[in-house]
Design a binder for this molecule. Structure first.
Ligand code: FCB
Length: 447
């Protein structure tokens, strides 16, 4: 039996990308180096040995890409601004040519009736700031607010939606504790400083946004996993709470005025890596925002693990895996939205990323990415149900518009609803693009 799953009237449909993953033109028109330009050129950092020097060449092809968005019927588009493109050394002199690129992109979107959503930080810190300690240095917080101020001044009249940070947890943990993403540091003390400074810089940027008088709205985007108990023992349920403290509440607590979870602050302190909180900081991190951006790709089943300082570990996957190795868990989006909505008193939520890695390629010019189509449909049905149950979700951005540079995996992992042939830069919409076009038209789906 199939049923119709409708989305509320006015619900917005979009797609998301990030500067380093699609733009290319890594040294053009006065752009400075980012930590990703440097990291991707270090041997062994990207498994395929690839980099984002050219990527999808979006810097030169943005008009064509906006036309593609219009054909799909996108109502909104989330992109990120490359900080070193607009301020090559992170602080000081702006680069007018770089600013002009985003200005032209925004105008092209508006001319096509697509609402821009700009992310200030999607992982590409100016290398010049990294050379001075990067996010571990409290001065970077101030530079970030100054960068935000410049963007609000130049684009604030035309960009109605702003995201301060994309997935600060990934920057902090994968970039500074595990060292698998730029800047490739492995140091818990640095990680603790980065965590706090990212959150602080979010708050300062929000304050700069208010001061700018821009008419739009601003929020932060977090990386999320829907945690489930692997069995029903009480200690397993407690392990799920630990996982939520370390991965979810650590980031949302300071933003929603609840501060850091006790056990997380204690953990970092016990490791000689305290969070460097100064008087007044938590008032800044909790500066009021209009919305929460939720990114979610999968779930994890959790087990207690007293041998680990954090007290839990992820259980072995039991569901089929996508080409990224994530469990294909269609229910995880709705589940997480319900959880986060209950936890923080029903904030306005935008799903700023959700999508599927599936490497299916063209056969006679056609791309039948069935695994993506099926999982996307599952995610969306779950989301529609969570909204019916009371969560206030008003927009959804699929990750991603295009196949692109998937960080440490190079071009080997494809998330696009549009195929990119990197040899010719040809774009070919996949079956999932057709699903999406129809979904937008109908504002709902049958499943
Ligand atoms: C998210 C990132 C995005 C992309 C997707 C697959 O964590 O924000 O840039 O890499 O995962």
């Amino acid at each position: 039996m199939t049923a119709w799953h409708a989305f509320p009237e006015g619900f917005e449909w979009g797609a998301a990308t990030a500067a380093y993953q699609i733009e290319g033109a890594s040294l053009e028109d006065g752009k400075g180096l980012s930590i990703w330009d440097v990291f991707s050129h270090q041997p062994g950092r990207v498994v395929t040995g690839e980099d984002g020097d050219v990527a999808c060449d979006h810097y030169h092809r943005y008009r064509e890409d906006v036309a593609l968005m219009a054909e799909l019927g996108l109502q909104t588009y989330r992109f990120s601004i490359s900080w070193p493109r607009v301020i090559p050394f992170g602080a000081g002199e702006p680069n007018e040519k770089g600013i002009d690129f985003y200005s032209r992109l925004v105008d092209a979107l508006l001319e096509s009736g697509i609402r821009p959503c700009a992310t200030l930080y999607h992982w590409d810190l100016p290398q010049a700031l990294q050379d001075m300690g990067g996010w571990a240095n409290r001065d970077t917080v101030k530079h970030f607010a100054d960068y935000g101020r410049l963007m609000f001044e130049r684009l604030g009249d035309r960009v109605p939606r702003w995201v301060t940070h994309n997935e600060p947890s990934i920057t902090a943990i994968l970039g500074h504790q595990w060292g698998v993403l730029a800047p490739g540091i492995r140091d818990l003390g640095v990680t603790a400083r980065v965590i706090h400074h990212l959150l602080l810089s979010h708050g300062l940027a929000v304050q700069a946004f208010r001061a700018s008088g821009s008419p739009g709205e601003i929020g932060i985007t977090t990386a999320n996993t829907s945690y489930e108990p692997a069995d029903d023992r009480p200690e397993t349920l407690e392990a799920v709470e630990a996982a939520r403290d370390f991965s979810t509440r650590l980031w949302h607590g300071p933003v929603f005025g609840r501060g850091y979870p006790e056990r997380v602050a204690r953990y970092y302190e016990s490791k000689g890596a305290p969070l460097p909180i100064e008087a007044g900081d938590l008032e800044i991190t909790s500066s009021p925002t209009e919305f929460l951006g939720v990114n979610l790709y999968s779930r994890a089943q959790v087990l207690p693990d007293p041998s680990r300082g954090v007290g839990f570990r992820n259980a072995e996957p039991t569901l089929p895996l996508t080409d990224m190795g994530y469990e294909a868990a269609p229910h995880s989006l709705g589940d997480f939205v319900r959880f986060i909505s209950d936890e923080y008193d029903r904030p306005l939520i935008y799903i700023t990323e959700n999508g599927v890695c599936d490497n299916t390629g063209p056969k006679e010019g056609i791309i039948e990415d069935t695994p993506r189509v099926e999982l996307l449909r599952g995610f969306l049905v779950g989301l529609a149900e969570a909204i019916r149950d009371g969560a206030d979700v008003r927009a959804y951005y699929v990750w991603s518009l295009l196949d692109n540079f998937e960080w440490a995996f190079g071009y080997s992992r494809r998330f696009g609803i549009v195929w990119v042939d990197y040899e010719t830069q040809r774009r070919i919409p996949k079956a999932s693009a057709e699903l999406y076009r129809k979904l937008i038209q109908d504002n709902g789906l049958e499943a």
